[in-house]
Design a protein around this ligand. Sequence first.
Ligand code: GSH
Length: 205
Amino acid sequence: MYTLIGSLKTRGFRVLWCLEELELEYEHIPAMPRSEEIAKHNPSGKVPALLVGDDVILDSVAICQFLADKHGALTHKAGTIERAKQDSWTQFVLDDIESALWTHAKHSFFLPKELAVADIARATKHEFDRAMGVLETRLGSQEYVTGDTFTIPDIILCHCANWAQNIPKWEIPKGPVLDYIERLRTRPAYLKTMELRNAEQGEPH
Ligand SMILES: N[C@@H](CCC(=O)N[C@@H](CS)C(=O)NCC(=O)O)C(=O)O
């Protein structure tokens, strides 16, 4: 039995999608960042966290990859070339896409006003658009990022695409990249996660 702590309006979305894909039993506590509930498990106050018995796993990608490895799906096997390429995709999503989104979010609402850079979007949108170009080239005409198999970086990428589309004027390029994202959004586990997310109160983080 797993317990996911973290609102679905945060990176918690990725973990619940993953739990749904794997058809696992879980409990969900939709705690917000910096809430008392998450502070019991993560001193940084960041969500999500996954409780596994007496253990706590932090960081959405580590959690998703753990679940995939443990349950033998949504991943290539460790030690294979396919897995190396999958991990490279995960790293690309975090370094080139999520980092632009996260820098943008921090300067928009997480940092104290006196520290936030007002026109940060000039740099972050530039980084994001550049990453979209790289994504288009690397994806080519493949169904998923690693080819025929749906894996964890597809989940992280789709979550980042949703995040980007909530920022005014940030767009996913039409054509192969948008088609790929829209294909991911038809998955039953995604639709279930989105339904649960939409039923939650509060703003996206
Ligand atoms: N690397 C972590 C990042 C977690 C994170 O930054 N979560 C955001 C919400 S999506 C948060 O809780 N932020 C609160 C803060 O930065 O204080 C992960 O992937 O889970």
